[in-house]
Design a protein around this ligand. Structure first.
Ligand code: PEP
Ligand code: MG
Length: 758
């Protein structure tokens, strides 16, 4: 049995279907539509207002004076009709004149009507008109009637679009929240400025057809889409595609709850039953939920609303077959990517020449997507609340990754001021670039080694551009992340050889594959499909490599062959115990002996090193040190483990400071432990690329940094201003008796010496 709402909407839609299919011109169709709705809802008046030249113009009416058609016009926000359009919200009033926004129009002859109900006609998320009914008796319209009106409004939006009754450009003036300039605040994840058009990583679908031709076919489509969506959500949960722990898991739980929510699917099916296409039905239900949620002022519910929007959008994409992300459709011009969150591989799919910036609702400084963006020189703003509700596809955006803000739809004066700052930044970058051939000596004459981090072939030209001393960390897993399938040995060899060739004799440190954590390979179920509670502390990096020896053997062969006749620097990630290092080295040595047996040319020198990322290793460094050629401190992971604070957790992104005495004391102890051995000690985490942090690292005895390419210039400039004896003295003093805020103290100290903090 159809519900009353379904049958009311169905009756109207069946009649409207004939109206729409007729060969009449648009005005005649509108005239018939108001008759059909008026009759069906037993309403004396039914009127349609549409946006024309910035005003809402009465386009058709039954019950009001016909002379008023194309004569009565209301401004946005004026009267009840203008208010509905402005707020994009329906009104249902027993006594229209009692509403504070009521505005009387004598030419319409509406004085005899008391009750009033109106709904916005929405196109591309904006109100382009209003559909309303009026009645002589003072009564509130019933929910089924309002529902029917809203469904009809969707049909009208299709009619309006097809007949080009409304100019899409004009629509912009209707919703003040989504028009005019607006500033969003966030957390700077990658510094820099960028301007471009907003592109949603997961684009919203525009619905072209609202009325169904074949109800059963639409039902079939939506059933299949639900199955597919549920499958996707379940897969996400098992693959941890969403990243790790905490908030992500909550999100996933909510997604699951919505995906399997009988109420949601039933309402969509009912909407199809009433005569809508699957797409329109999903959107219709979404509109209704949006409206209900708006009436409840609860931030927690608002968050859940975003989740449901996400899911609803996903269902729409499945049903309409538009599955790809914005990357698969290609960027058309300078673009700023908008997303809740992204994986590193997803970011790499975008055209680098056109992707100018990224704004995320989540994100943290050491999430790999942010590391990749930093390496690509793309500014990233994270932790921007309600981002996707405030920005629309195509909106002009100025991303200020210096001050942590973004301006949507800037006024020309704002864009000009931004442009001027942009030009200044470029000047500064040019000044850093000029340091390319300058060797970074401190004021008191110590040569500091400044290397760069890389992960792709495309990163290598930065070596010559920045004048870095080499590649201190080559993240080999990036090749795996950007491939659709496991890269074969030959492909790996080719990459490593190319990298060594383009380094032109400068050292390159290859780190063996570090997958797991937030670097998930869709084609490699490295954890046998089991969901991990804590992927960052789970089955990742060397732990995977030692278990899947085949993987490490292939990599070893590829590196040994690529470095034939040269020096090979190999580094193992996430070493927690000395035996893990020994086991990994044994795999390489096994391959070396094999190649030797084959009379293949071998590297002239092989240097093995470990990363210090797991605090436990620090307690056994004296045991491991004699076997190491070098040690590289991965402060991204190290600090997450020291503070027990997930590096990808958006809520913890700002909680702990790298300039904490806890971290600095720990690092100084490590430095002192290995000082007696002939070992290069490098810091290769993001910390080393930040000026104040780098200053502190120099002060506790570190002399080698491997950092993101964009930071090489700024760090070289810093080094040249530092007096090591002075910074060492002050850091010793502060680490013995820490000041209340070490960052503030160091900032002041640096400023007194003419050193900029950033
Ligand atoms: C680190 O952990 O500091 C590091 C450099 O490795 P990654 O960021 O790739 O985990
Ligand atoms: Mg790491």
């Amino acid at each position: 049995m159809p519900t009353p709402a379904v049958s009311a909407a169905r009756t109207i839609l069946t009649r409207l279907h004939d109206v729409m299919a007729s060969r009449n011109h648009a005005q005649a169709k509108l005239n018939t539509v108001v008759e059909v709705i008026g009759e069906s809802l037993n309403s004396e008046v039914c009127s349609i207002y549409l946006l024309r030249e910035g005003m809402l113009e009465l386009f058709a009416t039954r019950g009001l004076a016909q002379e008023a058609v194309h004569f009565t016009r209301m401004a946005i926000g004026e009267g009840l009709v203008g208010t509905i359009a402005q707020d994009s919200e329906m009104l249902n009033l027993a006594e229209a004149t009692a509403h504070p926004d009521f505005s009387y129009r004598p030419e319409t002859g509406e004085d005899k009507f008391h009750s009033f109900a109106g709904v916005p006609i929405v196109r591309r998320e904006r109100a382009v008109g209003v559909l309303c009914v009026q009645h002589a008796d003072p009564r509130r319209y019933e929910e089924v009637e309002i529902e029917a009106l809203q469904t009809v409004a969707m049909v009208l939006s299709e009619l309006i679009a097809n007949a080009e009754l409304v100019d899409d450009e004009e629509v912009a003036s209707l919703s003040p929240q989504l028009t005019g300039p607006h500033r969003l605040q966030g957390l700077v994840l990658v510094k820099g400025l960028a301007a471009g058009a907003a592109v949603f990583h997961q684009p919203r679908i525009t619905i072209e057809h609202v009325m169904a031709e074949d109800r059963d076919a639409e039902l079939q489509r939506v059933y299949l889409a639900f199955d597919k969506m549920r499958e996707q959500i379940d897969r996400m949960a098992s693959q941890a595609e969403f990243g790790v722990g905490g908030e992500h898991e909550e999100v996933l739980e909510t997604y699951k709850m919505f995906a399997y929510d009988e109420g949601w699917s039933r309402r969509i099916i009912e909407a199809i039953d009433s005569g809508l296409t699957a797409e329109a039905a999903i959107e219709r239900v979404q509109q209704r939920t949006r409206m209900r949620m708006r009436q409840i002022d609860d931030p927690l519910l608002a968050d859940r609303m975003h989740d449901l929007e996400d899911l609803s959008n996903r269902l729409l994409r499945i049903v309409s077959g538009q599955m790809g992300t914005a990357a698969s459709m290609g960027l058309r011009g300078d673009s700023i990517l908008i997303a809740r969150n992204l994986g590193p591989a997803e970011l790499l799919e975008y055209d680098k020449r056109r992707l100018k910036g990224v704004i995320l609702e989540e994100g943290s400084l050491t999430a790999h997507v942010v590391i990749v963006a930093r390496a690509m020189g793309i500014p990233v703003l994270g932790r921007v609340r309600s981002l996707r509700g405030m920005v629309r596809e195509g909106d002009q955006l100025l991303l200020d990754g210096d001050q942590g803000s973004a301006t949507i739809r800037p006024l020309p004066a704002m864009a000009e001021a931004f442009e001027a700052r942009f030009a200044k930044t470029k000047e500064r970058q040019a000044a850093y670039a000029a340091l390319r051939d300058v060797e970074p000596f401190t004021r008191d004459g110590t040569r500091i080694t400044v290397m760069m981090n890389a992960g792709l072939r495309d990163d290598m030209p930065n070596l010559a551009l920045t004048g870095a001393d080499g590649v201190g960390l080559f993240r080999t897993e990036f090749q795996f992340l950007v491939s659709a399938t496991l890269p074969a040995r030959e492909r790996q060899t080719r990459l490593y050889r190319d990298v060594l060739d383009s380094a032109g004799g400068k050292p390159v440190v290859f780190r063996t594959i570090d997958i797991g954590g937030d670097k998930v390979l869709p084609y490699l179920r490295h954890n046998d499909g089991e969901q991990e509670e804590n992927p960052a502390m789970g089955w990742r990096a060397l732990r995977v490599a030692l278990e899947r020896e085949g993987l490490l053997k292939v990599q070893a062969r590829a590196m040994l062959e690529a470095a034939a006749g040269r020096t090979l620097n190999v580094m193992f990630p996430m070493v927690a115990e000395p035996w893990e290092f020994e086991a990994a080295r044994a795999v390489f040595e096994g391959q070396r002996l094999f190649l030797k047996g084959q009379k293949k040319q071998l590297p002239e020198v092989i240097r093995y090193g470990a990363m210090l990322e797991v605090p436990a290793l620090a307690e056994q460094l004296d045991v491991l040190a004699p076997d190491l050629s070098f040690l590289s401190i991965g402060t991204n992971d190290l600090t997450q483990f020291l503070f027990a604070a997930d590096r990808s957790h958006p809520k913890l992104a700002e909680r702990y400071d790298w300039l904490s005495p806890a971290i600095l004391r720990f690092l100084r102890r490590v430095q002192l432990t290995v000082a007696g051995y002939d070992i290069d000690v490098t810091v290769c985490g993001e910390m080393g690329g930040r000026r104040l942090e780098a200053l502190a690292l120099l002060g506790i005895g570190l002399r080698r940094l491997s950092i993101t390419p964009a930071a090489v210039g700024p760090i070289k400039e810093l080094v040249r201003k530092v007096d090591l004896a002075e910074i060492t003295e002050v850091m010793n003093r502060w680490l013995s008796a820490p000041p209340p805020n070490l960052r503030a103290a160091l900032t002041e100290w640096a400023q007194e010496r003419g050193i900029d903090a950033d």
